[in-house]
Design a protein around this ligand. Structure first.
Ligand code: PGA
Ligand code: ZN
Length: 425
């Protein structure tokens, strides 16, 4: 079967932070119309594929994406409608070649990823398959429902509070099913709101729908989380509801002194690793993402050596879903897990490649949204199809976040035989 594209058209829409992004509509040869929304990060890795923003200060404070939209409707449209492609992966290759840069900066990674997402969705539709089934077929993977990781307290670049760690997530590892995991996330989220209020904290939300209280010390947030988990009737820990952290440490390592600034302390890499060790001794934290900065590779080697056999040591900013960087990390024993974001690398084909490399090296993986999102739920199908077993899509609140969890619930409801949870073996 081949993928014939008769039209590709983008428009500028808004993301969940009131910033412009792209909606791409692709029309296939049989008239099937497919839409994709493009996400956007705030605490981005420096080696990520590059979004094209207009820089015109008179529009959206320079954040407009009319240039990227123009590339889709011009060059990309001419390339994709001019020929027939054997597969969506071939569309991705054509996009990479047309762009011609290592970082997709010429056409814009935002333009490229929108077209890639739409092409894969179109291919699935033409094959008469659900997207997750199609991705499983393409990747040669066994589908599985993931453990959702609910980001219920926001700090760092995602909130206006003084909390340095960016994300505190609930991980219902002990839930018997996806629906029960979602229920646990939602119930603890509601309980957490009550716990925060009871201690006099504000319950306003950060960018990913988690609460953004004026608490400085990460340990104080963890205490509140354990309290909320318990009060909601769950067991804190891997048999019930565990906790995952994304400190996003690149954001609080100061360039002037090279130290990590956490709640008034200035820490070396080793002192921060000590702090993490004390945290996991005391709290049921099972995963730490970006525990050190993206350029602190020596620190990462020590972090992995010290804590890697006790927990998941996950790279986000440091790996940026780049097959070459992940390969290098594996050879240097940096981390034991990768966060996966399609727009960090720019195409679905390259993302599947990064995921295959992780699988082959026994690195675990978590599929992720971005802090700026649309209602597009592609990542829900991606995580199920690839069987990677973990997803994070923010809090169990706000439309752009729950769109992903709700898609997972739909898949779970329609396919009761799908396994749930972390991959075994
Ligand atoms: P971002 O953050 O989408 O703002 O880059 C998410 C993350 O760090 O995981
Ligand atoms: Zn991260």
């Amino acid at each position: 079967m081949s993928l014939e594209i008769t039209q590709v058209h983008a428009v500028e829409i808004l993301d969940s932070r009131a910033r412009p992004t792209l909606s791409v509509t692709l029309t296939a040869g049989d008239g099937t119309r497919i839409r994709a929304g493009v996400p956007s990060g705030a605490s981005t890795g420096t080696r990520e594929a590059v979004e094209l923003r207009d820089g015109d200060q008179a529009r959206y404070r320079g954040q407009g994406v009319l240039g990227a939209v123009g590339h889709v409707n011009g060059e990309i449209s001419r390339t994709l409608t001019g020929s027939s492609f054997a597969t969506a992966a071939d569309v991705d290759r054509a996009l990479i070649e047309l762009d011609g840069t290592a970082t997709k900066s010429r056409l814009g990674a935002n333009a490229v990823v929108g077209c890639s997402l739409a092409a894969w969705r179109a291919e699935a539709a033409l094959a008469g398959r659900e997207l997750w089934q199609h991705l499983a077929q393409a990747a040669g993977t066994a589908p599985r429902l993931p453990v959702p990781h609910f980001n219920v307290v926001n700090g760092g670049a995602h909130a206006a509070n003084s909390l340095d760690f960016q994300e505190f997530m609930l991980a219902p590892l002990g839930a018997p099913s996806l629906p029960e995991a979602v229920r646990a996330g939602a119930e603890v989220y509601a309980q957490l709101k009550a716990c925060l209020s009871a201690e006099g904290h504000t319950t306003g939300l950060g960018d990913e729908g988690g609460f953004a209280p004026g608490v400085d010390r990460p340990e104080d947030v963890l205490r509140l989380l354990v309290e909320a988990i318990t009060d909601a009737g769950y067991t804190p820990g891997r048999d019930g509801v565990a906790i995952a952290l994304d400190p996003a440490a690149s954001e609080f390592r100061h360039p002037d002194d090279g130290l990590y600034h956490v709640a008034g302390d200035a820490l070396t890499s080793d002192q921060l690793i000590d702090r993490y060790e004390a945290i996991i001794d005391r709290f049921p934290v099972w995963s730490i993402e970006d525990g050190l900065a993206e350029d602190d590779w020596d620190g990462w080697v020590r972090l992995t050596a010290r804590l890697g056999d006790r927990m998941q040591v996950m790279g986000d900013d440091i790996f940026v879903t780049d097959p070459a960087i992940i390969t290098e990390a594996i050879s240097k024993k940096v981390g034991n897990s990768a966060l996966i974001k399609v727009n960090q690398i720019g195409t679905v084909a390259e993302t599947l490649d990064a995921m295959r490399i992780c699988r082959e090296a026994d690195y675990t993986q978590m599929v992720s949204h971005r802090s700026g999102e649309t209602d597009d739920a592609f990542i829900a199908d991606l995580v199920v199809g690839t069987g990677s077993g973990q997803i994070k899509s923010g809090a169990p609140a706000r439309g752009e976040r729950v769109a992903k969890y709700n898609r997972l619930l739909e898949i779970a409801g329609a396919h009761a035989s799908l396994p749930f949870g972390l991959p075994t073996g």
